[in-house]
Design a binder for this molecule. Structure first.
Ligand SMILES: Cc1ncc(COP(=O)(O)O)c(C=O)c1O
Length: 358
């Protein structure tokens, strides 16, 4: 029986990402949009913004067409032109690009074992530079040290903009990612924990910033952008938001099984708060060889990220020794709500076998 099970698993393929199946109700919503003739700025946009605002517990939410434009709009509202914006070395390139596009100077600092901004180094940066904005990233769904970041922001007179693109529903001290800072940015890209295919949102907590963001995004007195989403995207997003809690629970369940199996063999991400595991990443000095062997056994993996942000865009930085080491060792395993128990078992047993035979 046991042999049969192993034999069945040989030749199995585990893709890096798989979309959830979509329910009947979303089909009805999409048809309703077409029949209504109202393809943009209608009831689904309104419903999604209201639902996301209540979900986060912030003052105001405005959907935009991507996480990158959400970051960009937030940075423009914070008026970072020629000002320093502190960012962590390890993130998707949009984090640094949005700062550059908004005219700011990205100042890159190291990350710690949680893969989020190192707050000890943050204080060094704040002492040495006149920083306008601190931009923590809740990488892989793990919360940055927001209590320390907010405290330092107050002490040194900086704003806090959270990049919560990977952290829908992550929590620290019962406050959600995206509800800690003055303002935050989310992405609803296809693989994100809340997804619309493409999309994003700016979420504002600091009342003085609401009008500034509105001006940038609404045609009127000042030159503005059209970063709007269609009704279709908001209907898909609303459906995805409804399933978030259950999906995050399943992501955490998978991560816990991985953690239990790989503890002591790989370096694991240190959790802070309620991590929602947008990505499950672990570290090993022989990362490239392991990935090659897993690929041969049908298991897809990825490297987040093969670059550090200051190296990518040649920007000012402090010492980033930890991020440099992590960059060489990190790799990510498949993690998504529809991953089956059989697939999880296959990933675990194959990876353990690979690492024992290196
Ligand atoms: C940390 C981070 N910031 C920003 C973005 C940009 O989001 P988008 O791809 O929707 O522009 C992403 C997503 O890909 C991300 O992972």
């Amino acid at each position: 029986m046991h042999f049969l099970k192993i034999a069945n698993l040989q030749g199995m393929k585990v893709s890096f990402f798989r979309l959830d199946s979509i329910g009947e109700e979303i089909k009805e919503d999409l048809i309703r949009i077409i029949e209504s003739g109202r393809l943009t700025r209608g009831e689904f946009t309104e419903k999604f913004e209201e639902a996301f605002k209540n979900f986060l517990g912030v003052r105001w939410v405005k959907t935009v067409n991507s996480g990158t434009t959400a970051l960009y709009a937030a940075l423009r509202a914070l008026d970072v032109n020629d000002k320093y914006v502190v960012i962590p070395a390890l993130s998707f390139m949009a984090t640094v690009d949005a700062v550059l596009l908004a005219g700011g100077i990205p100042l890159v600092i190291d990350v710690d074992e949680t893969y989020t901004m190192d707050v000890n180094q943050l204080e060094d940066a704040l002492k040495r530079y006149d920083v306008k904005v601190i931009l923590p990233v809740h990488l892989f769904g793990n919360m940055a040290d927001m209590p320390s970041i907010n405290w330092l922001a107050q002490k040194y007179g900086a704003y806090v903009l959270e990049d919560a693109a990977q952290a829908h529903g992550a929590l620290l001290e019962d406050i959600k990612a995206g509800a800690w800072g003055d303002i935050s940015a989310f992405s609803f890209y296809a693989t994100k924990n809340v997804s619309m295919g493409e999309g994003g949102t700016v979420a504002v907590k600091n009342p003085s910033l609401v009008e500034k963001v509105k001006k940038l995004l609404d045609f009127g007195d000042t030159p503005a952008f059209n970063f709007r989403l269609s009704e279709f995207q908001c209907a898909v997003g609303l459906n995805s938001l409804r399933r978030l809690k259950e999906n995050n629970r399943r992501r955490r369940e998978i991560a816990q099984r991985y953690n239990k199996s790989f503890k002591g063999i790989f370096q694991l991400q240190k959790e802070r708060g309620y991590c929602v595991y947008h990505v499950y990443s672990l570290r090993h000095p022989k990362r490239d060889l392991i990935r090659e062997k897993l690929e041969k056994k049908g298991i897809a993996t990825k490297v987040y990220y093969p670059y550090l942000l200051h190296e990518l865009r040649n920007t000012p930085h402090l010492s980033t020794s930890k991020a440099k080491k992590f960059k060489k060792e990190l790799f990510a395993l498949p993690i998504y709500p529809s991953l089956t128990d059989e697939e999880i078992n296959y990933v675990i047993s194959t990876l353990l076998e690979v690492v024992q035979n290196l």
